[in-house]
Design a protein around this ligand. Structure first.
Ligand SMILES: Cc1cc2nc3c(=O)[nH]c(=O)nc-3n(C[C@H](O)[C@H](O)[C@H](O)COP(=O)(O)OP(=O)(O)OC[C@H]3O[C@@H](n4cnc5c(N)ncnc54)[C@H](O)[C@@H]3O)c2cc1C
Length: 364
């Protein structure tokens, strides 16, 4: 059996890894580079039970457990680290109140740290670019193939009922099964095939070189800027960098993932907010300023499973804010579905692509 995976983000990489463990022939087609988009520019924050009470709960719990197990299973260091998480807020300028415990003495005055949101049992972090690359490398080491090229269409059998191959810039790679995992660019497949629409939600981020001065705690803070209270998230990583991100927007995404850029004003505001948080967030300490698009669906839940009326065509995308967290369990479950026809650990019914109306663009 040969499976062609379209997209080398975290979902494509994890699916390739778990498919290879079933001994299936796997080819990944990636347009730019592995982890070129959100999977390389996300925070990488993981939480075991923050999806409790939602249809994502079982997927998130299974994936959180897999994240903890994978460092013992595959080679590489992607900065997996259990960490605590706290809520807090920034008091307005001029109010010198400080109620942060001493572990937070790297923060400026006037940052109030509140109740813990997570402990080292329930929250963790990975470096998303390194994690995605490690998963892809593990798949390649087990015999998967990675081809660079732009997926431009899906080929069907003469009866038009079964997806038979992936068109890559004019040539066809034949396949017994195809997985669409192109993040927001899976919208292209929705145009070609019978799939629901995908949207992109852009988020800016800044990565600072903070060395060893920052405690291993994720912070979810609120800060007033231009009269509006805005959330800002801070994720220190074991490699001595700290990732800061803030509010998303819904800009249209460019056709080429390599063209994704942060919007100037949002980036500028994020930098101002970061500088208010800590003297460590100085301009000369900036390692990267970037933006990426979360893939989102109409109802906010991912699409994971077989595309209706298209035997052999599967999709795994739309993971929104939890794509890094939920990638391992998505890859594991999809591999089981493709190879064995059923999943063992997670019920994919809530994510069945059939629940949403297809985009309904006339097929080519
Ligand atoms: C600012 C921000 C912070 C985030 N923080 C977190 C977090 O802390 N924790 C968490 O769990 N999640 C987080 N996320 C969400 C997470 O990053 C995404 O859900 C996840 O990365 C989506 O992965 P993906 O593989 O589906 O898509 P992508 O990462 O978008 O990968 C899609 C791949 O497909 C390729 N591609 C596109 N078109 C084609 C084509 N035509 N042919 C071939 N290849 C193509 C692209 O080049 C890309 O490599 C964050 C997202 C953002 C934007």
């Amino acid at each position: 059996m040969r499976v062609v995976i379209c997209g080398g983000g975290v979902i494509g990489a994890c699916t390739a890894y778990f498919l290879r463990r079933h001994g299936v022939e796997v080819i990944v087609v990636e347009r730019t580079e592995v982890a070129a988009a959100a999977s390389g520019k996300a925070g990488g924050f993981l939480a075991r039970d923050w999806c409790s009470g939602t249809p994502l709960d079982a997927l998130a719990r299974r994936s959180f457990a897999l994240h903890a197990r994978l460092p013992q299973e595959i080679e590489g260091d992607w900065g997996y680290r259990p960490m605590s998480a706290y809520a807090g807020h920034v008091v307005p300028d001029g109010d010198p109140r400080r109620t942060a415990p001493s572990a937070f003495d790297w923060l400026s005055d006037g940052i109030v740290i509140g109740q813990p949101l997570g402990t080292t049992e329930t929250t963790a972090i990975v470096h998303p670019q390194k994690f995605t690359s490690a998963m892809m490398n593990a798949a390649l080491a087990q015999g998967a193939e990675l081809r660079f090229g732009r997926v431009t269409g899906i080929g069907r059998d003469p009866h038009g009922t079964r997806a038979k191959g992936v068109e890559v810039e004019g040539s066809i790679i034949e396949a017994d099964a195809i997985v669409i995992a192109m993040g927001p660019w899976s919208l292209l497949a929705a145009i070609w095939m019978n799939m629901p629409a995908l949207y992109g939600q852009r988020g800016p981020s800044i990565v600072y070189d903070t060395g060893t001065h920052v405690s291993a705690d994720a912070l979810f803070l609120e800060m007033e800027i231009y009269g509006a209270v805005t959330p800002i998230e801070v994720f220190p990583r074991p490699d001595g960098s700290t990732y800061v991100t803030a509010w998303p927007d819904t800009a249209a995404f460019p056709t080429d993932p390599a063209d994704v850029k942060p919007e100037y004003n949002r980036l500028h505001n994020l930098q101002r907010m970061s500088e208010r948080l800590s003297p460590l967030f100085r301009p000369e300490k900036i390692i990267a300023t970037q933006a990426c698009f979360r893939p989102v669906t109409e109802d906010g839940l991912p699409l994971i499973g077989r595309v209706p009326q298209d035997d052999g065509l599967y999709v795994a995308t739309g993971h929104g804010v939890w794509g890094i967290l939920n990638a391992p369990a998505t890859g594991e479950a999809l591999a089981e579905l493709i190879v064995e026809g059923a999943t063992r650990n997670v019920d994919l019914a809530p994510f069945d692509p059939a629940r949403l109306k297809p985009l309904n663009v006339r097929r080519r």
